[in-house]
Design a protein around this ligand. Structure first.
Ligand SMILES: Cc1cc2nc3c(=O)[nH]c(=O)nc-3n(C[C@H](O)[C@H](O)[C@H](O)COP(=O)(O)OP(=O)(O)OC[C@H]3O[C@@H](n4cnc5c(N)ncnc54)[C@H](O)[C@@H]3O)c2cc1C
Length: 395
């Protein structure tokens, strides 16, 4: 098929949570959209698979709190459209030594944003959360609005929704080249098929690095490295009667170590999901998976000291890619030279919960409209001043 024969308003490359959420937003604007995905929805090679992702509002930066609140309303709308829940409210416990700065930072932000929270410790904490063991000199900030999204169900449902909304959504279609022209972009698949669109959204997760090269971002002198890590997560089954399902147990982020551990209560896999944030091995996205035994042992030790009613023997060990930007903030921007190309990258292990808002932001970027939230953390121009980057320190 010649490119002229298949002209779309927008082509989205990558059908993880970011790409499919963007397809939803563009289809709702009445655009003719082509969504191209190399594998199938919620496949296990990228970043958007698995049974759960946390929704949380406890961020240091106000913009993420605002984005999480806006996305939350969209998740509620999706549940209404589907006629079934897509998340379960759990609350979240942030655990740390009582004098840790992270607790002060989170408390200040939650207070400023007028979000409810409690500070708990000692027997009051243990009575409330029997699933968790908190050291004597430690405290928890509990924020009740946090929830667990049913991640792969969400991705598959969004694929169904965009198809219903008229998006030409194609699986098992690997894009091999992207060529921006003056008022269109031409895209060719590995099997030789090609399409053209007026606009293009690049949402290729851990595979985005090669496109930054191919689209000349590096040649523009923008030092915007994306470091892909393969993060390990494991599911630990309950031993005894204390319930660990979402709803009975909160999400947990544990700041007793410089790399925080986290747990997500049981959803579908029969076990509590746990991992250690940003400790995965640096990889290329297509490298073969390999279990990092030392990382797994560290997660097992964490379960041993923090979750007294779980077995230390996991029922499943999985992997998932983080695509880390230099400051762990997202890249949501127009290509500096090709105004009809928008880049969505660097979700650095915390992008899923924002899916619908990321779609809105990318649409606004595409059409040069005022985005729904402040964009100052997310522009490419920040990489012109690497000395001024302020990396996120809290998970
Ligand atoms: C262990 C772990 C825990 C996490 N926990 C949370 C959490 O609790 N809360 C939260 O909000 N976030 C969390 N995240 C982060 C979140 O899951 C990611 O930020 C998000 O899924 C990124 O989505 P994406 O669409 O950018 O990437 P992906 O889902 O990887 O999608 C990119 C897609 O592009 C496709 N693609 C690539 N190249 C091509 C090509 N050439 N042609 C066609 N298609 C292509 C890929 O196949 C892939 O499907 C976690 C991540 C991990 C790894």
């Amino acid at each position: 098929m010649s490119p002229q024969a298949a002209r779309y308003d927008a082509i989205i490359v990558g059908g993880g949570i970011v790409g499919v959420s963007t397809a939803c937003v563009l289809a709702a604007r009445g655009m003719r959209v082509l969504l191209l995905e190399r594998y199938t929805p919620a496949h296990e090679h990228g970043s958007s698979h698995g049974d759960s992702r946390m929704i949380r509002f406890d961020y240091e930066e106000a913009v993420y709190v605002e984005m999480a609140a806006r996305a939350f309303r969209a998740w509620e709308d999706l549940a209404k459209r589907l006629g079934k829940p897509v998340f379960r409210q759990t609350g979240i416990c942030n655990l740390a030594p009582a004098d840790a700065e992270v607790l002060e930072t989170l408390e200040t932000r939650l207070r400023d944003c007028e979000l409810p929270f409690e500070r708990l410790s000692g027997p009051a904490f243990t009575r409330r959360f029997p699933q968790l063991s908190l050291p004597q000199d430690s405290e928890a900030i509990y924020q009740p609005d946090s929830a667990v999204l049913f991640a792969d169900e969400v991705v598959r449902s969004l694929w169904d929704c965009v198809r219903e909304d008229g998006v030409d959504a194609r699986t098992e279609t690997e894009v091999a080249s992207i060529e921006p022209r003056e008022n269109r972009v031409e895209v060719t698949a590995a099997d030789g098929r090609s399409w053209s669109g007026t606009w293009l959204v690049l949402a290729t997760g851990g595979w985005t690095g090669r496109w930054l090269d191919a689209l000349g971002i590096d040649a523009l002198g923008l030092d915007a490295p994306l470091v892909v890590t393969r993060e390990l997560l494991a599911y630990f089954p309950q031993v005894g009667p204390v319930p660990h399902e979402a709803g009975a147990m909160p999400n947990v982020i544990d700041y007793h170590t410089s790399d925080p551990f986290y747990c997500v209560p049981q959803v579908r896999v029969p076990g509590v999901k746990a991992g250690c944030h940003r400790t995965g091995r640096k990889v290329e996205a297509d490298d073969p998976e390999e279990v990092d035994r030392a990382n797994l042992a560290a997660v097992q030790d964490f379960i041993g000291r923090r979750c007294p009613h779980l077995s230390r023997d996991p029922v499943a060990v999985k992997h998932c890619l983080y695509t880390n930007s230099a400051d762990y903030h997202f890249i949501l921007d127009r290509h500096p030279e090709h105004e009809n190309v928008v880049l969505a990258a660097g979700f650095s292990g915390h992008g899923f919960k924002f899916g619908p808002v990321l779609g809105e932001i990318l649409a606004a970027r595409l059409f040069d409209e005022t985005p729904p939230v402040d964009m100052s953390l997310f522009g490419l121009e920040r990489f012109n001043r690497p000395g001024t980057l302020k990396p996120r320190t809290i998970a």
